[in-house]
Structure formats: C-alpha cells, structure tokens
Ligand binder design. Sequence first.
Ligand code: 5RP
Length: 219
Amino acid sequence: MDQNQAKQAAAEAALKYLVPGEVIGVGTGSTVNFFIDALAAHRDDIAGAVSSSNASTERLKKVGIPVVELNDAGELSIYVDGADESDPHLRLIKGGGGALTREKIVAAASRQFICIADESKLVPVLGTFPLPVEVIPMARSYVARELVKLGGQPKLREGFVSDNGGLILDVAGLSITDPRSLETAIGMLAGVISVGLFAHRGADVLLLGGPNGVRELTA
Ligand code: 5RP
C-alpha cells in the first residue's frame, strides 16, 4: 500500500461518522480530496458542507455537494480534515496547505473533529514538520523576530498568499512538548492571524491508514 492508498483508506473510513441530514465541515488537502470524492456517493445523505478553503469549495461543488456558509449553518456535527503531524494525544500541526485559519474556525464550530491521515503523520512529539503561522503582511518581520525568541527558525513561504490575504511563516526547529502553551503564546503575538497548532481544540478521532488497514485512535 502506497501513501495515497493509505490516505484514501483513512478518508473512506471517515464516512461512518456522517450524521444523516446534517451539515458537515470539510477541510483541505490531498487526504481530504479523497474524502470529498468518497462523499460524492453520499451527497443525498447530508444537508451540505462548510468548506475550509476555496480549493475544497470548488471540489465539493464539482461533485454536486451543496456548500453552505458557516454563518448560516450553526454548529456542525463533524469536521473531517487531514494533518501534517499528530502526537499520540491527537494534538496536531496543520497548515501545510495554508488553510489553517479557516480550518481552525470550522474545527471550533464542530462537535467532533475526525482527523484522517496516513500513518507517517503520527509522531511522538510535534515539531519536525515546520509549524505554519499565518500573519498580517505588515507584521511579518516583527512576528518572525518573536518566533526566534521562542526558539524557532521562521521562513517566509515564498509566493504564497492565503485565502484571507495572510502570509505564512513556516517555523522550523521547535520541539513542541507543551503544544497548548505554545499555541497560546504564538496566538497572542500582535499580527498573528492564527497558528497551525491544534492543541486547545485537537482531533477527537484520528483515522490512520497503513499497510494493515485503518487504525482508529481517540483523544
Ligand atoms: C492544509 C492542512 C492539511 O490538512 C495538511 O497539510 C495535510 O495535507 P495532506 O492531506 O495533503 O497530507 O492542514 O492546511
């Protein structure tokens, strides 16, 4: 089984969490693309989807799933999204695709967060994957200096502007032993739109695809 097959297996395993008649949240990335494709066959079972990015919105519409504004949807039953890393407590690094801010909002508005990934994403301690931090453009240098004080090595994601007009600093060199505190500390820096640490609101369920099938971890 290659990495794409593992992602597809995890994505398809998330279908069992669908709540008939409800609006669901849908994340962003290659694993979520497999989920959207699998969801197409179940489009009549759900009331629609709130999307976390323009890319997912387009894909949802293409397969005939109605896209609903979060402001019109109320609380969502489930949110299905991928991750760049998860620790064993289902605290995540996200934002490799640059959609972290909207992902964080949709995750916060959902009762249950189902994370889908191949098993390479499970790590003992977060931080090997550079932590994405989205910033207001004028705050880029200031925030970068503050991230250095926190022990990181920030690098501007060249040529990238988020769906919200933000820039992304990818922060290497962090060994994140206390994800909640770091999420709070970075989130409080002036000019930070959001940090790709999902620790205060991590996943509730992690579906990990691998050669032996799909493993399910719960927080
Ligand atoms: C996008 C994300 C994605 O969930 C994350 O990058 C994982 O992507 P993929 O499923 O392609 O491995 O956080 O902002």
